[in-house]
Design a binder for this molecule. Structure first.
Ligand code: HEM
Ligand code: HEM
Length: 166
């Protein structure tokens, strides 16, 4: 972690967090066309060009780049430490969830690309299993944020809404 350790997320880190959230939601909502196109590939057919299939591929690559940018910023600029008052187990759970989210945001585009460009069924299966794990982690992450907001009422949500720096 760089010194001095920042006390807040930067505006760029906050924008990237919410941009990833938006693009990710579209990947889930608009997955049907690529699933159908992949079925055709598996049957040895060549699917027609469909902008929604291209959007899934492009959206996935974009998520890869945005996640790499977030990890770079995390390393170079740092992130605010988790609240000291949280019990150690809770802080560890938050760390594990955050790193697992980053790992899946990198692994999803890679498995998707291998499935799509190499018509690889094992990669498609991995992509499919990981999308369920990713959803579960997001649910856990959001539940954690809501717990801070409405039960602990410690204003943690503010950290992903407002920033003092660029
Ligand atoms: C974080 C990025 C991504 C997310 C969240 C995501 C999400 C999804 C979801 C929810 C499905 C439906 C899975 C199912 O019905 O079993 C899917 C299917 C698929 N995605 Fe992605 N995807 C991402 C990146 C990519 C990329 C970059 C590519 C290709 C370059 C890709 C290629 C595919 C293919 C080929 C399928 C069909 C797999 C099958 O039917 O078994 N995905 N994706
Ligand atoms: C409604 C949805 C969401 C809410 C309310 C939310 C809220 C938050 C909050 C408040 C933080 C800051 C935690 C802290 O300062 O300790 C945070 C961090 C984080 N969020 Fe979310 N989030 C949401 C969706 C997502 C999604 C979809 C992802 C990715 C799949 C994600 C990934 C992360 C990661 C990786 C961090 C840790 C950042 C770091 O310190 O490196 N979040 N989120």
């Amino acid at each position: 972690m760089p010194t001095p350790v920042p006390t807040a997320y930067s505006r760029l880190q906050i924008r990237l967090h919410w941009l990833v959230f938006g693009v990710l939601a579209l990947q889930y909502i608009l997955h049907e066309p690529i699933t159908e196109a992949f079925d055709m590939l598996e049957d040895g057919l060549i699917p027609d060009f469909d902008p929604l299939v291209a959007a899934h591929v492009f959206g996935g690559f974009l998520l890869f780049v945005l996640t790499a940018a977030r990890l770079y910023l995390r390393k170079e600029r740092g992130v605010p430490p988790l609240p000291e008052v949280d019990p150690p187990l809770q802080r560890m759970a938050a760390h594990v969830t955050h790193y697992s989210l980053y790992a899946l945001l990198i692994a999803m585009p890679i498995s998707g690309a291998v499935a799509w460009f190499r018509a690889n069924e094992a990669a498609a299966d991995a992509h499919s299993v990981m999308r369920v794990i990713l959803l579960g982690l997001i649910a856990l992450h959001v539940a954690g944020a809501l717990y801070h907001q409405f039960v602990l009422k410690d204003g943690l949500m503010q950290r992903m809404r407002k920033s003092e720096s660029v």
